[in-house]
Design a protein around this ligand. Structure first.
Ligand SMILES: [Zn+2]
Length: 557
């Protein structure tokens, strides 16, 4: 007499065909499951990479806040002319990419330049990537409103011109002179002018010579104008060899000479206003993008006749306020969408900021709702994946748990201790070498985790242990964990870098887990293939519908 079933179980049981009953109790062949997991791991590697990459592709999208900045931009008077004087002083800018505050303090030429000049530090928001900083500096708008965050902007914006009115637009409005020179990279110049022929690119010493000549030529005239010289070597050398290297010292020496040349130009032309500024700092080992103190702060100094040093070192600016400060110093109009309104804001300016901030708040709210949905879906898929992993290898053991934990903890420890880099975007000194290094960390810690996990499972099982099954369970657990960890980190930021994630770690986690995950997936796939290399005698019995065991071993492969 069978035990009485609950009503719902009875009704389910009645409706179940023999085929379904057989399927639901079928034991999966571990060899076939291993093959399946190898396929999953091989498919997941490009998928993880593609999803991590897609975060960057869509990072710099225009938002409602950007449109508000443009819709409520200053319009000037009835003829569209700015209320500022029609003949502002000329402005020369030297942007030393990646110059740290401490390096600026050690630079003899910069110390002389800022003596008696308006100077201090700029505090940049995350991500401390160059293009976001350039955009904020030249437009007077913060990145969270302009939507410009990453160096992909030049690829995704169709031309790389600033999204809203810039310093260069104000100079063109008064028919001022323009001169743009850069070393190796024209990203800053693209923001300033859509005319490719107006962007002069040089390499190394040729850039120094061009910039020196440009400073001297620009200083011969007191008429309005904008000269921008963008030096890259300080940033590039820090990325390549860190800030204590000879390469970096040589770049700093070149920057020092350029600051001296600019100083001489200001001395020669009383009307000239000169700015020396950096767009971010660097870690000692090289790298920026995160929120480390040496990365978010960068030096600036504005020099010119009748420009007084206000409070010495204490002046700390948001990058969007540099344009307003320059407008004050040169007597020109601020960029028309600027959100740095000063002490006497105009009604138009207040309206612009209110609408843009409101749009940004709305975008953040919608994004948080989307993030919650994606996180819920991610957790559901993670649980389903765990169920599938459990079922594929006829249960979990200590190895299934230990392998993922050792992988994750090991990859983080190797990242911090061996690579010597924080878990933020600042870790990326050079993209490809870094990603490969993190992948190797992931593979090594994953292999260690599987070995340790399998060993533990075998030790716990005692005499009846099956080493091959233990390895498969550890590898299966690792495949599941590496996909789940990336998926949850990706969902945690709503699958987008726009708006930018709220913590530096959340922004870096998808990059870290994609690279470490691909490493772990490679190690797990290799381990699973290893367990299939030799033909095996199956230890389990093939279940049958009738309940009678089939004769002989039940190897289905
Ligand atoms: Zn850089």
């Amino acid at each position: 007499m069978p035990a009485p079933l609950h009503s719902h179980a009875r009704s389910l049981d009645r409706g179940m065909s023999e085929d379904v009953r057989a399927l639901s109790t079928r034991v999966i062949d571990p060899r076939a499951a291993s093959k399946g997991f190898v396929v999953v791991a091989l498919l997941a590697m490009p998928l993880l990479w593609w999803m991590a990459e897609s975060l960057w592709v869509h990072a710099d999208h225009e938002t409602d806040a950007t449109r508000a900045l443009r819709d409520f931009a200053d319009r000037g008077d009835a003829n569209g002319v700015d209320p500022a004087p029609s003949s502002p002083r000329p402005l020369a800018i030297l942007l030393v990419d990646g110059l740290r505050v401490d390096e600026a303090e050690r630079s003899p030429a910069l110390r002389a330049f800022r003596a008696g000049a308006l100077h201090g530090t700029v505090r940049y928001p995350r991500p401390t990537l160059s293009t976001g900083a350039y955009h904020a500096l030249v437009t007077g708008t913060p990145n969270r409103l302009s939507g410009v965050f990453t160096n992909r902007y030049h690829l995704t914006s169709g031309g790389g011109v600033a999204r809203v009115d810039s310093l260069a637009d104000r100079v063109r409005a008064v028919a001022g002179r323009e001169r743009y020179v850069a070393e190796d990279l024209d990203w800053l110049l693209q923001l300033l002018t859509p005319r490719a022929e107006a962007r002069e690119l040089f390499t190394g010493q040729a850039f120094d010579a061009a910039a020196r000549d440009a400073f001297a030529a620009f200083a011969r005239d007191a008429s309005p104008g904008l000269l921008v010289a963008h030096m890259l070597a300080v940033d590039e050398s820090a990325h390549e060899t860190g800030v204590d290297s000879a390469l970096h010292a040589a770049a700093l020496g070149r920057a020092d000479a350029l600051v001296a040349a600019l100083h001489a130009a200001v001395d020669a032309q009383p009307a000239l206003v000169a700015l020396v500024i950096a767009d971010h700092g660097h870690l000692d080992v090289g790298g920026h993008g995160g929120d480390e103190p040496e990365v978010v702060r960068a030096p600036f100094a504005i020099r010119g006749a009748q420009i007084a040093d206000r409070d010495g070192d204490t002046l700390e600016l948001a990058p969007e306020c540099v344009a307003a400060l320059l407008a004050g110093a040169t007597g020109s109009a601020t960029p028309r969408s600027s959100t740095c309104l000063g002490e006497q804001p105009t009604p138009g300016g207040l309206q612009r900021v209110a609408f843009a901030e409101d749009a940004a708040r709305r975008q953040r709210g919608l994004h948080e709702a989307r993030t919650l949905g994606l996180l819920g879906l991610g957790m559901l898929l993670t649980l389903m994946g765990l169920g599938a992993t459990t079922r594929s290898f006829s249960g979990l053991d200590a190895g299934s748990v230990v392998a993922p934990l050792v992988w994750l903890a090991g990859a983080a420890v190797l990242h911090l201790a061996v690579l010597g880099r924080p878990l933020t975007l600042s870790a990326i000194h050079l993209v490809n070498p870094h990603v490969v290094a993190v992948g190797v960390c992931g593979a090594v810690s994953g292999a260690l985790g599987m070995a340790l996990g399998a060993w533990l499972a075998i030790a716990r099982a005692g005499a009846g242990a099956d080493p091959r099954l233990a390895l498969r369970r550890a590898a299966g657990g690792l495949v599941w964990a590496s996909i789940a960890a990336f998926g949850l980190a990706w969902a945690r930021i709503g699958g987008a870098y726009s708006p930018w994630p709220v913590t530096a770690f959340a922004a870096y986690a998808p990059v870290f887990l994609a690279a470490a995950g691909v490493g772990a997936l490679l190690a797990a796939a290799a381990t699973l293939l290893g367990t299939m290399a030799k033909r095996e005698v199956s230890y389990y019995e093939r279940p049958t519908v009738g309940g009678s065991a089939p004769p002989g071993p039940g190897d289905m492969t």
